[in-house]
Every structure is written in C-alpha cells, then in structure tokens.
Write a protein that binds this ligand. Sequence first.
Ligand code: CP
Length: 299
Amino acid sequence: MSTLRHFLDFQQLEGTALRDILDRATAYKNGAKAPSLAGKTLALVFEKPSTRTRISFEVGMQAMDGKTVNLTQGDSQLGRGETIADTARVLSRYVDVIMLRTSEEKNLLEMAEHATVPVINGLTDASHPCQLMADVMTFEEHRGPIGKKRIAWCGDGNNVASTWIQASARFGFELRLACPPSRQPAQALLDWAAKAGGQISAFDDPLTAVADADCIVTDTWFSMGQSNGDGTRQLLGPYQVNDAVMQAAKKDAIFMHCLPAHRGEEVTASVIDGPQSVVWDEAENRLHAQKGILSWCLT
Ligand code: CP
C-alpha cells in the first residue's frame, strides 16, 4: 500500500488529516514560518483554465522556497494522446509533487495510481477539495468552529457543492441544499455522507433552505465548458442568492463564493459586493490553504 500523502478528495482523507492541514494553513497565515521546500518542485498540470488555483500554488510554493513548472494540455503531449499513466510516471522522475486540474475524476485517480510522488486534486468535475479547505478556513475565521453550524448551498449541485457535502461529514456541520431537481448532487454521494455522519437535507425553496443559516454559498451556473444550451439560466434563476435570500438567513450570516462570479446570475452585486460577503478573504485563503496542503503532502 502506498504511503504517499495524496490530496485527492475528502472521502479518501480522514477528518484529522483535514484539520491538520487547516491548522497549518491558519498558522502560516498568522505568521508561523512554513517549512522550507527548497529543492522541491511542484508540477501544475491544467487541462482547464485557472486564476486562483494556479497563482496560489505558484506563490505558495515560492514562499516556501520551492519551484513550480506549468503544463497545459495544449503545450504538452497530453493533448496528443499520451496517457495520464505515462505522464504520471515521467513527471515523478522530475518533480516532487503533482497538482492536476482535469475534467474526469478517473484521470486524477489514474495520475495518483501511477505517480510515485504525491498528487493533489486541483479540481475535477466531481470535486474541488483545495477550494473547500479555504472555505472552511474562511468560515472559521469569521464565525468560529464550523462544527454544528448551518451552511446553505443555493444553486447548481456541482463539484463544489459535492465537496461541501463531503466536508459536512468530515467537519460535522449541517448542510442544507437548494438545487433544482435535475441538478441535485449524486445520490450515492449523499448516501456516503449520511453514513459518514454528515447532516444534509434538500429543499425546493431557497428561502426555507437558508433559514437560520450561518453561511450561504453558491457557485457559477456554468461550470467550465458548459453553455446555456439546456436552459440553465431559466432552471437556476429561482436559486439566485439575492438580498431576499440573505435576509432569510441569520442576521450575521456570511456569503461565500469560490469565484469566478457572474453578477446578476448566481448572485446579485448587492450581495457579493455587500457587507456580508467574505469572498476576498476566501480567495486569499486559497494561498494559505495551498501552503497547508503542500506542507502536509511533503513534510
Ligand atoms: N475557485 C477556483 O478554483 O478558481 P480558479 O478556477 O480561478 O482556479
């Protein structure tokens, strides 16, 4: 069995490991010196675009005295049919850790299976665990320990929503979902979370879902590569986070969004640019969380 510390998704990671990573991230943000990664190199492999994930890993690695190399599908042999398995074997001879952003989860699992260095999930269509580390960190900065708190998700039941579901089980908070019936997260994931201790419930009406919530979260209606061909705007319109939705939550509820945001679609400008929004802290915390993840994988 591999002893490598892969960071793949919350279903494969114990709550204690996730808490360890968060403690590291918070300590680094508060001024503790992160371990040196001098002599170490991180390969960043992007099959999809990125701003936050790419820059936070690059800056985080630099701050820890390590180096990064970037690879995209277009400028590597991945775009010409070289397998993920072969890419994993080759990269492992050059670098000390690999981050992969890809569409299909099976690509990530194939990378982890064949790499001989740790692999980090930089987003798949199924999950976005690096994002959730920053999200939980941000919540706790603003509202204290997340355990037993009530979080409400409004919108598409996408990869970020799925990772919130996993996080509910790992961190012990209540998650209330308001997603259209045709865009619900996978039942198998909900079943896993329920067995693993997650307290998750689904609502048709966003105003009911957010009642007494400590935090409201949403994400873009159009994940990378999706278009409005299936009437997504009409489908998700009733799940927009607007002033009425924020007012139905706790008075001091915070608003989070992993970004990029589309004002007037999943969230109004009045909410994301308003006093309850913590999205810029959330974006900053991607950097501290990446340092926590790198330090956990490598030291
Ligand atoms: N939230 C997020 O992952 O942002 P990027 O797509 O810019 O990396």
